[in-house]
Design a protein around this ligand. Structure first.
Ligand code: UD1
Length: 351
């Protein structure tokens, strides 16, 4: 396959391009090398330094490509209200412009990097009242240290369950809204252009090359950076938040599996898949696994501390079912969190 990878200089895009080449495929690398993500001196070797929002201007690069793997995006949760236009421009407009340019170039196959953030909260059930969709947690409950979602009907704490792809989307941040918008633009393009697409909803991705801690990075990088400063990782809430941490090498493999399936898929096919390890972990476990990877143990000065702090926009639990990707793409993660997070303690981060 000849695949154009957008965001090819990023944490995930670079791993996808490398995995394609390792499998004997060709990767055409495109990245705008945003200074806030890559620094002023980014290495542009093999990279076409181009903006997806201006894809019409570089449509020639798309000729002869079998599929596009669209990883370019502004990431993170969206910390400031002032971030809103950036998400809309890079993620919404960028995807729309890319799809239009692909249509002009006759490229009708796309794998889109989406995210579990499109779900908002994960899936919950009440022991008495069955499936429930809890509203955002209140500041009063969080201030009181009451972190679990409760049944809207009887008030007992809800149990988390595995989220499947048909769950109702509930984007709760600018980033989440833009990821869902990307899926929607792609669906419109599939219908209008008689094209085919796969959206991969990544869960918490970590591994070598992960960006260092900024207000926009995932928690694994924050824990890792705290340990490097010989400080204890600060575990928010009670540490019982459940997530699925998936290694970047598995995410790259999932992309190649999706690309291989999409090139032969019938026109009109458009499917979203969870990309996860299938082994849920709590945030406290994540902190302890990374800490142990540095050789530290309980009682040491930088063993993780559960602080009870909270971030108002955070969801409590979101844990995925890996079944659909397993069944339809043949994708199964090979790096479990115990092994992967311990190794992550020593792996290089992006400056
Ligand atoms: C993260 C990303 C999201 C991405 C998703 C899937 C961010 C901010 N969030 O969502 O954009 O789409 O993974 O890959 O990049 N926490 C601590 N200590 C800290 C920081 C956070 O305990 O220092 C806790 C948070 O309260 C939360 C959990 O760790 O409960 C996960 O936080 P984080 O990785 O930031 O966000 P996710 O919601 O999992």
């Amino acid at each position: 396959m000849r695949v154009l990878v957008t965001g090819s200089a990023g944490f995930i895009g670079a791993a996808v391009a490398a995995e394609l080449e390792a499998g004997g495929h060709e990767a055409v690398r495109v990245d705008v090398l945003l200074p806030q993500a890559h620094g002023p001196d980014a290495d542009a070797t093999d990279t076409h330094v181009l903006d997806v929002r201006e894809a019409e201007a570089w449509v020639d690069l798309l000729h002869g490509v079998d599929a596009v793997c669209h990883q370019a995006a502004l990431v993170g949760a969206g910390v400031r209200v002032g971030d809103l236009p950036g998400y809309a421009a890079h993620n919404d407009l960028g995807t729309a412009a890319l799809l239009a340019a692909m249509h002009r170039a006759g490229v009708d196959r796309m794998v889109l990097a989406s995210s579990m953030v499109v779900y908002g909260e994960g899936r919950y059930a009440c022991a008495r009242h069955g499936a429930q969709s809890p509203p955002p947690r209140s500041r009063e409950d969080l201030d009181a240290g009451d972190f679990e979602n409760r049944c809207p009907r009887c008030g007992i704490p809800l149990a988390w369950e595995l989220v499947e792809e048909h769950a109702r989307p509930d984007p709760r941040s600018a980033y989440a809204a833009s990821k869902l918008a990307q899926e929607h633009y792609t669906s419109a393009w599939v219908r209008q252009a008689g094209a085919a697409a796969v959206a991969l909803r990544y869960h918490n991705v970590y591994g070598p090359g992960m960006p260092r801690d900024t207000p926009y990075s995932g928690v694994a990088a924050m824990f890792r950076s705290a340990l490097e400063r010989s400080e204890p990782p600060r575990v928010f809430e009670d540490g019982g938040q459940m997530r699925d941490f998936v290694h970047v090498s598995d995410v790259a493999r999932a992309n190649v599996a999706a690309l291989s399936s999409i090139v032969d898929a019938p026109s009109g096919s458009n499917v979203a898949y969870n990309v996860c390890s299938g082994t849920p972990v709590s945030i406290l476990q994540v902190a302890e696994l990374v800490a142990r990877g540095t050789g530290t143990g309980p009682g040491s000065g930088h063993w993780p501390t559960v602080t009870g702090e909270y971030r108002l926009g955070d969801v409590r639990h979101v844990v995925a079912s890996p079944e659909l990707a397993r069944r339809e793409l043949g994708f199964r993660a090979v790096v479990g969190p115990e092994q992967g997070l311990a190794a992550f303690a020593h792996e290089p981060l992006r400056a």
